[in-house]
Ligand binder design. Sequence first.
Ligand code: A3P
Length: 323
Amino acid sequence: MSFTGQPLRHPLAEKYYAAVDNVYEDGYVVTERGGITLPRDYVLDGQRILDFPVRHDDVWVVTFPKSGTTWTQEMVWLLMNDLDFKSAKEKCISDRFPYLEHTALLPKGCRDGAVNTIDKAQHQPPPRLIKSHLPPVLLPKQLWTVKPKIVYVCRNPKDTAISYYHHRRLLMNMQLSVDEFIEAFLENVVNYSPYWSSALEFWKLRNEPNVLWNTYEDMKKDLGAVIRKTAAFLGKSLTEEQVRQLEEHLSFSSMRDNPATNYSAVVQRLRAGIGLPPAPPDQAFMREGAVGRARQRMSPEVDRRFDQWIRDNIRGTGYDGPI
Ligand code: A3P
């Protein structure tokens, strides 16, 4: 069976590609299965990912990009590794917790002969910890039969989109205004769109016993409560002192200053791979870590469009995730 996609044809696509200097030389596709926008090379790995052998004792962290993935991975890794803070600080989270489809998402200049991340994810010693940004329709089919634990993290779409805007600037020096990027986001021109194929579809799965639905907003409001809930889901028990230690380790400032979680080396490597100089000091992966500031960053007109887009996409679904 072959995995296919049609070239993304949208009036905004050309503008968006040009703004990231056409780093994906082969452009983007919309996958035939699920209608998801991804770089063209994804079709080479799409079937292998659907057929990826899943283990019952895996733990998956799945999100739409920029929703608090790294934050959640660090929490899950520590819960699964007896709060081994020392080892956590010694190795980058991307090596401890492979990102399943990452190779296909990397511009060619950044691949550097590295092992395909599907192999990396597959060959970890169990219990394997795997990150993915794919929506249910593109995730390994065995997830729905073998049913390992999946921690999903949702973030309100406006903060997600603004975080995505800055991420594109950081990694690819994207030359678009906030409003221009938001338009591309709302029109499903950016990687992994549509947002709702992930958020809404996982929300429908939120009551499955092997799925934990967490939100970025809850983590901000009461991280201790999310730690306790996630620990219980993973079958781990923590003392209150351990919860406090983990909370401290997971604080924004601690993760921002920790080279194993702040992706500073990864960012410089990726930028170098596409010929960019080191990131300016005011740009970083750990950027702001806040809730609800997105509205101030877009024009009132685009903000109104965004609100309408949210209403249109959740109408009749009962969706009560963060918006
Ligand atoms: P901002 O760009 O809004 O600051 P992901 O890991 O899915 O790419 O998400 C990245 C977003 O999560 C960034 O959001 C980042 O700052 C935020 N983040 C990462 N660690 C965090 C933490 N410990 N506390 C709060 N936000 C965090």
